[in-house]
Ligand binder design. Structure first.
Ligand SMILES: [Zn+2]
Length: 342
């Protein structure tokens, strides 16, 4: 069997094609699976990503980065390695990377989810011999509810707050989560505001043809209607101007809200379990569907239970240390403590 990918101190590397996937140290040539900061880093000489990631990456990393955008399912060749990107369903432009060489196929999932969020292209199952997969939520306790139920819960909470004359504040990942929320808010309840940097991302997405409802940029020094909902960054918790909008109720939307310790933190009043990653069942299903028997788990959360399950079910499994953080960084900022402390 060919070792088509190496796990190096700079990141996931294909020596035959001489190209890295989501490197965390600067390299000459990088394929970027998606535009979240833990996967897309500054300093690489050249970038390649799905074309829908290009405007986001330019916004985040600089207008003048050298970047090539490709379509899904359009293979290109690097020194005999056939490489193609396929929808990962995680956020706009997110891609799995498929590499084929001498009849053997490896797939790197990047971050992914199986359910259709209505904004990003839905996940495409791929067959492969070796799978390198995200395993952020690789514990059986992580089981997502149907997303409409979660959106209904959020809207009911907002309605209740507006009846109680409390402003509603929701914290979620700036790119991906926030747009999902925005698309499902019941606008008849009240006006929706967003933090300036969230609205800037929204605008980057709208400019590339993604339909997102209009929102007003928040200025906390101005009077906010009592029935308003604010889509915010975690930093709002520590901002002194938040006092100006009292009374308010503050919620976080993340897969980590499954953990009681995360929901009960004093920084938030409510936790909604909503994730752009695969849950336990989706992880198992996605591995089975690939047909791969050799699995590498890129560790950005809980991988040891999933690793054990795979080993017990006859898979050849290896956990790989990476610098990917999944949703952890943002949620830790919200809670003010490390996720491992729950
Ligand atoms: Zn991500």
């Amino acid at each position: 069997m060919i070792q088509l990918l190496d796990f190096t101190s700079s990141g996931i590397y294909c020596p035959v094609a001489d190209i890295y996937i989501d490197p965390w140290k600067p390299v000459d040539r990088a394929i970027i699976t998606h535009a979240h900061a833990d996967h897309a880093r500054i300093g690489n000489r050249s970038y390649l990503a799905h074309k829908d990631s290009v405007p986001l990456l330019k916004y985040m990393l600089g207008e003048y980065i050298s970047i090539q955008g490709v379509e899904y399912n359009e293979p290109f060749y690097e020194n005999g390695v056939k490489i193609s990107l396929h929808p990962a369903g995680h956020i706009v432009g997110s891609a799995q990377v498929r590499l084929e060489y001498k009849g053997e196929v490896w797939v790197v999932t990047g971050d992914f989810k199986l359910i259709d969020d209505g904004i990003s292209r839905p996940f495409e199952p791929l067959k492969c011999d070796v799978l390198v997969t995200d395993s952020t939520f690789g514990l059986p306790i992580f089981q997502w509810q149907p997303q409409q139920l979660v959106f209904d819960e959020i809207n009911s909470w907002w309605l209740q707050n507006s009846e109680d004359k409390k402003v509603s504040i929701v914290i979620g990942y700036t790119l991906g989560k926030t747009q999902r929320l925005l698309n499902h808010l019941e606008r008849s309840i009240g006006p929706v505001y967003a933090h300036g940097s969230i609205e800037t991302i929204n605008q980057v997405l709208r400019n590339q043809g993604i339909n997102l409802p209009e929102v007003q940029k928040i200025d906390l020094k101005q009077k906010v209607d009592r029935n308003a909902l604010i889509l915010a960054m975690p930093s709002i918790i520590y901002s002194p101007v938040i006092k100006e909008i009292q009374p308010y109720s503050i919620a976080a939307a993340s897969g980590w809200m499954t953990l009681r310790g995360a929901r009960k933190t004093p920084n938030i009043d409510r936790g909604f379990v909503l994730s752009d990653h695969a849950d336990w069942n989706q992880l198992m299903l996605s591995v089975k569907e690939t047909g791969a028997k050799r699995i590498f788990l890129t560790n950005s959360g809980y991988s040891s239970a999933f690793s054990r399950w795979l080993a017990e079910n006859g898979y050849d499994v290896t956990e790989v240390a990476t610098k990917f953080t999944g949703e952890i960084k943002e949620i830790e900022e919200t809670l003010g403590v490390g996720v491992e402390s729950f």
